[in-house]
Design a protein around this ligand. Structure first.
Ligand SMILES: C[S@@+](CC[C@H](N)C(=O)[O-])C[C@H]1O[C@@H](n2cnc3c(N)ncnc32)[C@H](O)[C@@H]1O
Length: 289
C-alpha cells in the first residue's frame, strides 16, 4: 500500500464524520479549510497568531488531504538516512515503541509503517505507537490503522492528549518516554510561538533526560531558520545526545513510488493537489549515555 492509499482510508472516515456535521455544505467547508490552513502556515513565525484550530472535521480532512502522505514520505526518507547511519537496521529487537509528538494527523506513524513494509530486514514483529497531540479530535483517525493494513508487523496505535504548552498535561506522564524512536514532524514550527517562559524547552529537557540510552529522535520541519535554531538549542550543548544526520533547508519531494492519483475522487472534487514539494530540515539524534 502506498501512503496515498493509506491516506485515502482516513479521508473516507473523515468525510463521513464531516457529513454528519456539515451535510451538503461539507465540500465548500473543506475548500474553505484548505485555504485556512495554507494561510495559517504562512503565519507560523508570528508570535501574536492564534493556534491552528483542527477541531472541525472539515479542517482535519483538509490537513490529511494536503499534507499527511507527503510528510509521511519525508519520514520514510529520513528513516532511510537513520538506517544508513546505523550501518544496519533501525530497530534492534522484535518489539519496539514509537512516540509521535504532535502525531495526531498520522503522518509520522504512516511513514514508519511504510518504512517497515519496505525494509524486511528489520527484526520488528510488534510496534506499539503513541500519538501525543493537543487536539483530542485526531484520536479516532488512526487508532484502527493496524487493522486496516496487512503488515508483517503487528501495529498497535494509542492516542494520548498532551498539550506541550501546559506542563500539567505531561509532567507526570511517563509511558511515552519509553520509546525506541521519537518523531517531531512539523511540530516545532506549530508550537514555537506559544513558548511562554521556556515551557517548550522544559518539555524537551524532560524527553532528552528521561528517555533511554539508544533512543533515536527524528525532527523534520519546514526549513525555517528560526525553528531549526530553536530545536537545536534543546540538544546541541548536551553531552548525552549525538547527531547522526543533519540536513538543512533542502527542496524535497515524495519519492516517485508515491502517486497522489490514489486519492481518487477527492483530488478532482477539491481541485487540489497534495503538497508535493517542500523545503525541509532534518535532524536525527541518538541518546548515547
Ligand atoms: C502541522 S501538524 C503536524 C502533524 C504531523 N506530525 C505531520 O507532520 O503531518 C501539527 C500538530 O501539532 C498539534 N499541536 C498543535 N499545538 C499543540 C500543542 N500545544 N501540544 C501538542 N500538540 C499540538 C496539532 O494538533 C497538529 O496535529
Amino acid at each position: 500500500m502506498t501512503l496515498f492509499e493509506l491516506v485515502k482510508l482516513a479521508l473516507d472516515e473523515l468525510y463521513t464524520e464531516g457529513k454528519k456535521e456539515h451535510g451538503e455544505l461539507l465540500d465548500d467547508k473543506i475548500k474553505e479549510k484548505i485555504s485556512y490552513l495554507s494561510d495559517c502556515y504562512k503565519e507560523l513565525v508570528n508570535t501574536k497568531r492564534q493556534p491552528v484550530d483542527y477541531r472541525d472535521p472539515a479542517t482535519r480532512f483538509a490537513y490529511v488531504l494536503k499534507y499527511v502522505a507527503t510528510h509521511g514520505d519525508y519520514v520514510v526518507q529520513a528513516l532511510e538516512e537513520l538506517k544508513i547511519a546505523n550501518k544496519g537496521t533501525i530497530f534492534q529487537s522484535e518489539t519496539a515503541r514509537l512516540t509521535c509528538i504532535g502525531g495526531g494527523p498520522g503522518s509520522d506513524v504512516t511513514g514508519v509503517i511504510k518504512y517497515l513494509s519496505e525494509n524486511k530486514d528489520e527484526p520488528l514483529k510488534k510496534l506499539t505507537c503513541y500519538l501525543l497531540d493537543g487536539e483530542q479530535s485526531w484520536a479516532d483517525t488512526w487508532t484502527e490503522i493496524g487493522d486496516a493494513i496487512s503488515s508483517d508487523v503487528a501495529i498497535n496505535v494509542n492516542f494520548q492528549p498532551l498539550d506541550v504548552t501546559k506542563p500539567t498535561s505531561w509532567a507526570s506522564q511517563k509511558k511515552f518516554l519509553r520509546a525506541d524512536l521519537f518523531t517531531f514532524i512539523y511540530f516545532v514550527s506549530e508550537v514555537k510561538s506559544f513558548d511562554n517562559s521556556g515551557v517548550i524547552g522544559d518539555f524537551w529537557e524532560k524527553i532528552f533526560t528521561e528517555s533511554d540510552v539508544g533512543t533515536n529522535f527524528l525532527y523534520v520541519d519546514n526549513g525555517h531558520k528560526e525553528f531549526n535554531e530553536f530545536f537545536d538549542s534543546f540538544w546541541r550543548s548536551r553531552k548525552d545526545i549525538q547527531v547522526l544526520y543533519e540536513q538543512d533547508n533542502q527542496w524535497t519531494t515524495p519519492r516517485y513510488s508515491e502517486q497522489s492519483d490514489h486519492l481518487g475522487e477527492y483530488k478532482s472534487r477539491f481541485e487540489q493537489h497534495p503538497k508535493m514539494k517542500s523545503m525541509i530540515t532534518i535532524r536525527i539524534l541518538k541518546k548515547i549515555q
